[in-house]
Design a protein around this ligand. Structure first.
Ligand SMILES: [Zn+2]
Ligand SMILES: [Zn+2]
Length: 370
């Protein structure tokens, strides 16, 4: 039997097995995933399992942790022969030198795209509606778990966050009003005031989860129909001493993402209006982790560009970088909220896990600062 036919049969069997288990699992009612979405997920899992066995895909399970995912045949392309850059400028210089040394090497982005068997590289649709201000805005159709090409998610976010405030959706406008109210509330019991306490655990998990819904509505246009669930937990011990938080992305066995922030650690940060530097640091870390949760939830792991888009650099590949840059810019320019998602630090901290050098104009577009 040919390897292709063998792979196809095993993939379908694995898919049907996951489908069957999902149908009989109590998760089905708990996570509100209907059975028509479970079958594609099962088939995707079958394909994914085969890809993992064949060494084609290494799925990210948890971000912001030291990893050792490099495989022997990738060492030549990896960053392991170079010391990490000290500045974004040095990073760009290294990229230029790398491509000058061998201009034949191309990013996966420039190789012929392959149609994905799981998502089919189908476009995310948007419809034009009028918001309450009378302006025409684009509202997208609900997203599906593990079902969109990662670069489409970054295009969607980047384009959506380019809109001026008057051209946001009603849900976004409402969420921004609520967030502004929280920022202006400087009473002792205010959530964002307590977020600035030395020990942040006075903010309950459910309060953080409400804040998360506000933030994902504003930055990713999520609605209840997208069905993305993010749970929150405080952690005494960050998974990595240099990390203020981490995110365990959703997967077939865990249909929700879990974001954890350190309850005691924070980065030095400027105060902002009534908010302390500690609160600003934690808000920034929360948004950093929410970018992981968002792309990890909807990006299709079966797409050929998945490793370059998301997996490499400890989950901070180019799609994470593009989305994070848009979030940071929108927060600063449109909301007036000076957050910092530590995007350059994420590259340096995961330097040994850089499997593909980005093209120069791509990395310039990330507008890295340190
Ligand atoms: Zn991260
Ligand atoms: Zn795909």
């Amino acid at each position: 039997m040919s390897p292709f036919r063998m792979s196809l049969i095993v993939g379908i069997c694995a898919g049907l097995l996951v489908f069957h288990v999902s149908l009989t699992s109590r998760h089905l009612t708990i996570i509100h995933i209907d059975k028509y979405r479970v079958l594609p997920r099962g088939i995707c899992m079958g394909i994914l399992s085969l890809s993992i066995i064949k060494g084609q895909i290494m799925p990210p399970i948890r971000t912001d942790k030291p990893t050792s995912r490099s495989r022997p045949n990738e060492i030549a392309r990896s960053s392991s022969r170079h010391e990490p850059p000290r500045t974004p400028h040095e990073f760009l210089y290294m990229i230029k030198e790398y491509h000058r040394a061998d201009p034949v090497k191309l990013s996966q982005d420039e190789t012929a795209p392959r149609t994905c068997k799981n998502c089919g590289n189908t476009d995310i649709k948007t419809t034009s509606v009028h918001n309450t201000l009378g302006n025409q805005v684009d509202e997208r159709t609900p997203l599906l778990f593990w079902h969109h090409q990662a670069s489409q998610l970054s295009d969607l976010t980047t384009n959506g966050l380019k809109a001026s405030r008057e051209h946001l959706t009603d849900s976004q406008l409402k969420a921004i009003d609520v967030l502004n109210g929280m920022i202006e509330d400087h009473s002792e019991q205010a959530v964002l005031q307590r977020l600035g306490h030395q020990d942040a655990r006075s903010v309950k998990g459910w309060e953080m989860e409400r804040l998360i819904i506000l933030l994902t509505t504003i930055f990713f246009q999520t609605t209840p129909w997208d069905r993305m669930e993010v749970r929150f937990d405080w952690s005494d011990q960050p998974s990595d001493p240099g990390s203020m938080g981490d995110c365990t992305c959703a997967g077939p066995d865990q249909p929700y993402a879990v974001v954890r922030l350190s309850a005691s650690e924070f980065r030095p940060f400027q105060n902002f209006r009534h908010l302390s530097g500690r609160a600003m640091s934690r808000l920034s870390t929360l948004l950093h982790e929410l970018v992981h949760a968002y792309v990890g939830y909807y990006a299709c792991p079966c797409c050929s560009s998945y490793r370059e888009d998301l997996v490499q650099l400890g989950g901070h590949g180019r799609v994470w970088q593009r989305v994070a840059r848009s979030v940071e810019r929108f927060a600063n320019d449109t909301l007036g909220l000076p957050i910092d998602l530590c995007r350059f630090e994420a590259i340096v901290n995961n330097w040994d896990d850089m499997l593909f050098w980005p093209m120069e104009d791509e990395a310039e577009g990330w507008e890295l600062v340190c």
